[in-house]
Design a protein around this ligand. Structure first.
Ligand code: ADP
Length: 536
């Protein structure tokens, strides 16, 4: 099918001969879409919460990922269906904005779709359902605001921040070390945060990993770690008070390109050329020394001869450093990236108190630590772990924890987790439905039921009977007027989430509800699905 225009500029559709299309209309279209959305949510449902299961995904080239992070699972799942892709997008948006709650948002959307299906079957028009959901989501978001509390912390008292990060980490594979990792994440965020402006630049936190060691060896380095080593094994492994030239230009004599022709027909000519080349590089090294550089970090490579010369002239160098890393090094050391060699000058050099090479295990693996930098704002979280999968999953979990700490610094309102916020909203929305005169009240009530899906999934994943548990907790909410009661997933003995220290940020929870409602409304409004026949 193609859109074309005739000579008067009027559009018309060209259908190739025998091209078959499949077309779903009206209720059938909505039902098919809802089924697709629900099936994606069903996959993630078992991953929700501290006792959630992990998924193992294999990419076409054989890479295996084990994860519990909703956004990553959906990212790696090769989905073909357009509606399923919307759910993937949904999780990704939550990840971009908030960083945490990526599983919950999809489970929530799936449950809204399930409830919507029942309403459609009863003959309620999709638009009325969508409108009812919109109203209910606003009630829920306002209610969340009313049950939220301010979480006080300061740069000196970081315990509250650590507790919140621990909640996020408790549902991940790395929960064994959640305390240590949460502390690392909070310290990293505070190192780059501007508490007065309530701003955090997460780009200044580098997360680096190396296979080997234990998860407990994970550390926060005040500076930058680069997965590179000195270009020559005999160069010094430790440079104190380093003045660093950061180059993105080639650091070697210009090579004759193929389109230029140099005729070398005598030994003398060859010697001259070689001498000139050497002198050119020698001058470059001298220039670095003249401006006071004691270390050169270069984006490009240089050949063995140049490397040898650098060693002889006592100028340590690191080659093939990536662009992003160079930028971070420049920020941390207060240096400037030099794109043209002629522009190198003393004031463009970065300064670091200590640059050292550290080797790991018995392998030839070495990494470069750039510490005690002039601008201590950039930090690195260096993860250790038994295998690559573990390191990757730890990186994802740390990312979630960093986002949570960042969100709290931007806005320190929190709601309690473990499904308590959802149950409280569900009760509030249900009550609001009774006050609503129109047909939308069915949708509002359905929204309240959909909110219950989160505590039910948490209970189910922890091996508790979902309906019984929910009923008990819900009645506790109403009887005791206590919005902190949630699901006691870890069998601690109390379901007061305040006592269990299970929190989530208010903006994260609100965003979950808003995003899930938005996507479900979008899906409900589709009443015509036209696909080429090979997809049907
Ligand atoms: P997401 O990717 O959505 O963050 P998680 O698998 O991290 O999904 O699960 C988060 C859910 O688990 C939240 O609803 C949170 O309140 C809940 N949760 C986390 N820790 C606990 C706990 N110790 N007890 C009960 N619920 C918890």
């Amino acid at each position: 099918m193609a859109l074309a225009f005739d000579e008067y500029g009027r559009p018309f559709i060209i259908l190739r001969e025998q091209e078959k299309k499949s077309r779903l209309q009206g209720l059938d279209a909505q039902k098919a879409n809802i089924a697709a959305g629900k099936s994606v949510a069903r996959i993630l449902r078992t991953s929700l919460g501290p006792k959630g299961m992990d998924k193992m995904l294999q990419s076409p080239d054989g890479d295996v990922t084990i994860t519990n992070d909703g956004a990553t699972i959906l990212e790696l799942m090769d989905v073909d269906n357009q509606i399923a892709k919307l759910m993937v997008e949904l999780s990704r948006s939550q990840d971009y904005d908030i960083g945490d709650g990526t599983t919950g948002v999809v489970v929530m959307a799936g449950s809204l779709l399930e409830q919507a299906e029942k309403l459609l079957e009863r003959g309620i028009h999709p638009i009325r359902v969508a409108e009812g959901y919109e109203m209910a989501s606003r009630i829920a978001v306002d209610h969340l605001e009313s049950i939220s509390t301010k979480y006080e912390f300061s740069a000196t008292d970081i315990e509250p921040l650590v507790q919140t990060c621990m909640t996020t980490l408790s549902s991940k594979i790395v929960s064994r070390c959640k305390r240590a990792l949460a502390e690392i994440a909070v310290k990293a965020v505070l190192a780059v945060a501007d508490l007065e402006r309530k701003d955090v630049n997460l780009d200044l936190i580098k997360v680096e990993g190396k296979v080997g060691g234990k998860l407990e060896d994970t550390e926060l380095v005040q500076g930058i770690i680069v997965d590179k080593d000195m270009s020559h094994p005999q160069m010094p492994k430790r440079i104190e008070d380093a003045h660093i030239a950061i180059l993105t230009c080639p650091f070697e004599p210009p090579k004759p390109k193929t389109k230029h022709k140099v005729d070398i027909d005598t030994v003398e000519k060859f010697q001259t050329l070689r001498g000139q080349e050497q002198k050119y590089f020698d001058d470059m090294v001298q220039k670095c020394k003249d401006v006071g550089a004691t270390l050169v970090i270069c984006q490009w490579g240089f050949d063995d001869e140049a490397n040898h010369l650098l060693m002889q002239r006592d100028l340590p160098a690191v080659r093939w450093v990536g662009g992003v890393e160079l930028e971070l090094i420049a920020i941390a050391t207060g240096g400037r990236i030099v794109p043209r060699f002629q522009e190198l000058s003393t004031e463009k050099l970065g300064k670091a108190g200590l640059v050292r090479e550290k080797s790991f295990g018995t392998t030839k693996d070495r990494m470069l630590y750039i510490e005690k930098c002039a601008n201590s704002k950039a930090v690195t979280i260096f993860i250790r772990g038994g295998n690559k999968m573990m390191i990757e999953e730890t990186k994802r979990s740390i990312h979630d924890a960093l986002c949570v700490a960042r969100n709290l610094i931007i806005n320190n309102s929190i709601v309690y987790g473990g499904g308590s916020a959802e149950i409280s909203c569900s009760i509030a929305v249900e009550a609001a439905a009774d006050r609503h005169p129109g047909v939308e009240q069915y949708a509002i009530r359905a929204f309240a039921d959909a909110l219950d899906a989160i505590p039910m999934a948490l209970a189910e994943n922890s091996g508790l009977p979902p309906i019984d548990t929910l009923t008990v907790v819900k009645s506790q909410h109403v009887k005791e007027n206590n919005s902190r009661c949630g699901i006691d997933c870890n069998d601690v003995g109390t379901n007061d989430m305040k006592e269990q220290n299970v929190f989530e940020t208010l903006i994260g929870k609100q965003q979950q509800i808003l995003l899930a409602t938005q996507v479900v409304k979008m899906i409900l409004k589709i009443d015509d699905v036209i696909t080429p026949s090979e997809y049907c």
